[in-house]
Design a protein around this ligand. Structure first.
Ligand code: DGP
Length: 115
């Protein structure tokens, strides 16, 4: 989608600091980090959000996101100290960009529950 910021990052139109990639997914550092490590993992294909990954795509899309997220966490040294994987969905979930993304947050102790 040409008007989607994250699609434009996938296509290279908008620069991003890459943290990892696979055939299905791309990982890059968040522009507005909420932790010392804050990486976004997105599918290369456009899905508006969690609700838009139907049964046809789910076996391909979700494992690709979680596989790359855990690889990035390992690569960035978070595996032992721990980290959080988050998908914000819709208004109450705090989703601000309409392209499915998984947050990888780590590098400090994270509070729970979220405020
Ligand atoms: P969410 O609120 O869950 O939709 O998270 C969207 C995140 O995307 C937010 O933490 C800021 C980040 N973000 C928005 N625009 C850009 C961008 O152009 N580049 C990068 N690297 N991150 C962005």
């Amino acid at each position: 989608m040409s008007d989607c910021i994250f699609c434009r990052i996938v296509s290279g139109d908008i620069p991003a600091r890459e943290a990892g990639s696979s055939d299905e997914a791309l990982a890059f550092h968040d522009l507005n980090p909420q932790a010392p490590v804050h990486v976004l993992v997105i599918p290369r294909e456009h899905f508006g959000g969690a609700n838009d990954v139907g049964p046809t795509d789910s076996e391909r899309v979700w494992p690709a996101l979680f596989d790359l997220a855990t690889a990035v966490a390992q690569e960035l040294g978070l595996a032992d100290s721990g980290y959080r994987l988050v998908v914000n969905s819709g208004t109450d979930g705090g989703q601000s960009v309409g392209h499915l993304h998984l947050h990888v947050l780590g590098g400090r102790r994270l509070a729970w529950p979220p405020g």
